[in-house]
Design a protein around this ligand. Structure first.
Ligand code: PLP
Length: 430
């Protein structure tokens, strides 16, 4: 029997799978298949008509993916999930599933740069308007909402600012207006369950902490099953009126017998069917391996992150440390309200020597990897002003929290003494 535990440490090992029904394999098999033999013509017809649920074709579902989906859904406190080929695909699908040309959505300014580009530029070409607002004041979301607003979007622990998003506050505003909140929880799995704070949907780039070993690109969307799409039928015609792409199915009605999963089933059987951004069975297997140690790794990331932040705060060449645990006022209150068990593995700091010092510091690191990634078991570093944020003007950089001397660390799970020793020798050289 798969677990009923609510504890992340147990969920990541046991939810959604006990052993393979045919081979009794304890490890989740990699079902490297494109298709599945139907039992009979009736069985095939029922599957296509959604009268019965089962495997049809790996572009739409796969048993290895299914275990990952069930496990991440349990971890996030949701009802079902959809694994996809990347975090970017997950962000796009999460919004596009309920937004079409002429609609808009309201998004936090504090989000990953790739998401920003996708929302501000690519989605604009689809006729979907993204309205960016500063999450420092949750009321900004209300002010940007109109009758065509289909969702709100935020990131739990956005970098480089590392200011935690006001999840319950924005979710509450949204619920009063019939607008669901979608949360990107990539940087804070285990530490935060946005759905428990009122978000309707959570998503991850599984590429980061869930994978944890820097081997595979993937994404996942989790349906909280806690948003009443029917009650707000005027706002969600895509879920409440006949879908011509699926012989007139009305999603809120069609899936009623199996639970509050209209949103995620529609994403699977229309968007994933049509766009084909499927996660490969092999990558799903890799993410299942990563997930098994996720809770343990997050604990170590948090401990090491705290040790590094405290050490940097005392260093004479460091002007400022950006770390949720060292923030004051409302930012600290939000960090404490939404992150449990630690403040994550991301630490930012500003070097007094500006851009030159930032570049030099990176070149002197020995153990840290210099990469555009976060969430690896290994420690990673980057100087955003000369890399990820170099295309922005200084004013735009400042808005995103990047200054000339800013260095972003994704603190790994090595021994804290070795992490600090590497930072120490690199700082001595700038
Ligand atoms: N969301 C966040 C917070 C990220 O950091 C990233 C990637 O860096 C993404 C989404 C996009 O994920 P992927 O690179 O898997 O497409």
């Amino acid at each position: 029997m798969a677990t009923k535990s609510q504890n992340p440490e147990t969920i990541v090992l046991h939810a959604g799978y006990r052993s393979d029904p045919t081979t009794t394999s304890v490890a989740v098999p990699i079902y490297q298949t494109t298709s599945y033999q139907f039992n009979s013509p009736d069985h095939a017809a029922n599957l296509f008509a959604l009268k019965e649920f089962g495997n049809i074709y790996t572009r739409i579902m796969n048993p290895t993916q299914a275990v990952l989906e069930e496990r991440v859904a349990a971890l996030e406190g949701g009802v079902a999930a959809l694994a996809l080929s990347s975090g970017q695909a997950a962000s796009l699908f999460a919004v596009q599933n309920i937004c079409h040309a002429g609609d808009n959505f309201v998004c936090s300014t504090d989000i990953y740069g790739g998401t920003w580009n996708l929302f501000a530029n690519t989605m604009k070409t689809m006729g979907i308007e993204c309205r960016f607002v500063d999450p420092a004041d949750p009321e900004n979301f209300r002010r940007a909402t109109d009758a065509k607003t289909r969702c709100y979007y935020g990131e739990t622990l956005p970098n480089p600012k590392l200011t935690v998003f006001p999840i319950a506050e924005v979710a509450k505003i949204g619920r009063s207006l019939g607008v669901p909140l979608i949360m990107d929880n990539t940087a804070s799995p285990v530490l935060c369950q946005p759905i428990k704070h009122g978000a309707a949907i959570a998503m991850h780039s599984t590429t980061k902490y869930i994978g944890g070993h820097g081997t595979s690109i993937g994404g996942i969307i989790v349906d909280g099953g806690n948003f009443d799409w029917e009650k707000h039928a005027d706002r969600f015609p895509m879920l409440n009126t006949p879908d011509p792409s699926y012989h007139g199915a009305v999603w809120t009605q069609a899936v009623k017998p199996i639970g509050p999963v209209a949103y995620i089933i529609k994403a699977r059987v229309t968007l994933l069917r049509d766009v084909g951004a499927a996660m490969s069975p092999f990558n799903a297997f890799m993410f299942i391996q990563g997930l098994e140690t996720l809770a343990l790794r997050m604990r170590q990331h948090c401990q090491n992150g705290a040790a590094v932040a405290a050490w940097l705060a005392k260093h004479p060449k460091v002007a400022k440390v950006i770390y949720p645990g060292l923030m004051a006022g409302e930012a600290k209150r939000r960090a404490d309200a939404y992150l449990k068990g630690g403040y994550g593995g991301l630490v930012g700091f500003e070097l007094k020597g500006g851009k030159t010092a930032g570049r030099n510091f990176i070149s002197k690191l020995g153990m840290f990897y210099h990469v555009a990634n976060i969430g690896d078991a290994r420690s990673l570093a980057i100087h955003p002003a000369t890399t990820t944020h170099s295309q922005l003007t200084p004013a735009e950089q400042a808005k995103t929290g990047v200054t000339d001397g800013y260095v972003r660390l994704s603190v790994g799970i090595e021994h804290a003494d070795d992490i600090i020793a590497d930072l120490d020798q690199a700082l001595a050289a700038v």
